[in-house]
Design a protein around this ligand. Structure first.
Ligand SMILES: Nc1ncnc2c1ncn2[C@@H]1O[C@H](COP(=O)(O)OP(=O)(O)OP(=O)(O)O)[C@@H](O)[C@H]1O
Length: 383
């Protein structure tokens, strides 16, 4: 079990991780998700004692990593697959790690077999592909047959067969009762691998929930409606009618409208009542990837200026609602329902779980420099 309480890490003025509290339990794969720069690697480094928290604490099996007895046999980690002495062959690389940790040499061939590198054990890792490097890193993590495993982006550079292999390996390790903590950017991948999810944005907790719960909370159904191309007044009329009926209306890139809160038959009736012709009216299910992107979009640090979502960032402050100031509609609906709406929050967004802090633990002081999950990035954030 990994337990973090109020974990905070600052690098000078930069707050990389702020007040994270969570538990990673044995017997399950826990996915650790967040956009680039959200603090996943920093958190993992603190778990492994490679970085000292500025405040808060994290323990593995009840111990601070540096005090953990026989750590290499308790915890295995893949942080950076490139961190290999490239002049050594794969077997010798693993052998030197085993000798440093008092692990028997026969274990080297076992783990080479587990990761499928038995045929290339005598090859220098210098010539390894990205995928082979990842496999070698995973072999190193498994060397001590540890109960707790951390993998930072293990599927980076793997082909589809390799991705499937990692997915099955993670599940098998968890089914053996181990604690498996895996970071990724990819919600779709984690949805297939993990049992539990911890989502962070700008170093702060955004969700701590089971995958099933995340799916139930975020698989929002919506309708796509298209009015005739080249007749924007039809689209505007329908958008206003839908907003007046309490619907949430979001323009799509191809000119269609994405509607939630109004059932399909009523959309048809409203269009008929407003004398609007429809070219499309179809039911859809938002993907988990979309739900994840909505949840984290305000916490994305790096975004192309050509990205459509650049202009959709939710401003700092309370969650934006439809018709909120700033989302001033060109044609507002009565009752304050604006159209087009501001970016919606995921419905029933799961709240982080609360964990009791250990005795003597002091909460980190709230501070202006603490990252917010909704604020647009500032230049200071990129230091
Ligand atoms: N040693 C360091 N000194 C200064 N800033 C750092 C240091 N390490 C990390 N940071 C900053 O802390 C933030 C979190 O970085 P971190 O690498 O933990 O994020 P991440 O979620 O793992 O990102 P990615 O998905 O891109 O690997 C980033 O803004 C990063 O620039």
């Amino acid at each position: 079990m990994i337990e973090a309480y109020g974990l905070t890490k600052r690098y000078g003025a930069k707050t990389a991780v702020y007040n994270l509290s969570f538990q990673v339990r044995p017997g399950a794969v826990t996915g650790f998700l967040g956009p680039n720069g959200s603090g996943k690697s920093t958190t993992m480094r603190m778990i492994l004692g490679l970085d000292e928290p500025t405040s808060g604490q994290v323990t593995v099996g009840g111990y601070n990593f540096r005090n953990l007895p026989n750590a290499p046999r308790q915890v295995g980690a893949l942080l950076d697959a490139k961190a290999v002495h490239s002049g050594r062959n794969a077997r010798n690389h693993l052998l030197s790690l085993a000798q440093l940790s008092g692990i028997p040499a026969r274990r080297v061939d076992e783990v080479l077999g587990v990761v499928g590198l038995q045929e290339v054990g005598s090859k220098r890792s210098k010539g390894f592909s990205l995928g082979m490097g990842q496999r070698l890193g995973i072999a190193a993590a498994l060397l001590g047959d540890p109960q707790v495993l951390l993998f930072d982006e293990p599927v980076n550079g793997l082909d589809p067969e390799g991705i499937l292999w990692v997915r099955n390996l993670m599940k098998r390790l968890a089914s053996e009762g181990r604690t498996v903590f895996v970071s990724s950017h990819l919600m779709s991948e984690m949805a297939q691998t993990a049992d539990h999810l911890i989502v962070i944005g700008r170093g702060q907790m955004m969700a701590d929930t089971s995958v099933d719960n995340f799916i139930a909370q975020n698989s929002v159904g919506f309708a796509r409606v298209r009015t005739p191309d080249g007749e924007p007044e039809q689209r505007e009329k329908l958008g206003a009618a839908l907003a007046a009926a309490g619907g949430q209306v979001q323009p799509e890139e191809d000119g269609a409208l994405r509607v939630t809160g109004v059932p399909l038959p009523q959309i048809s009736d409203l269009a008929h009542g407003a004398d609007v012709r429809l070219w499309e009216l179809s039911p859809h299910q938002a993907s988990l990837e979309e739900a994840y992107m909505r949840m984290t979009q305000g916490a994305v640090d790096y975004r192309s200026t050509a990205d459509q979502r650049t202009g959709l960032q939710t401003p700092a402050g309370p969650p934006a609602g439809y018709g909120a100031p700033g989302g001033a509609p060109p044609y507002g609906a009565p009752g304050g329902a604006g159209y087009p709406p501001q970016q919606p929050q995921p419905q029933g967004q799961p709240q982080p779980q609360q964990y009791a802090p250990p005795q003597g633990w002091q909460a980190p002081p709230a501070q202006a420099a603490a990252p917010t999950t909704t604020a647009a990035p500032t230049p200071e954030d990129h230091r």
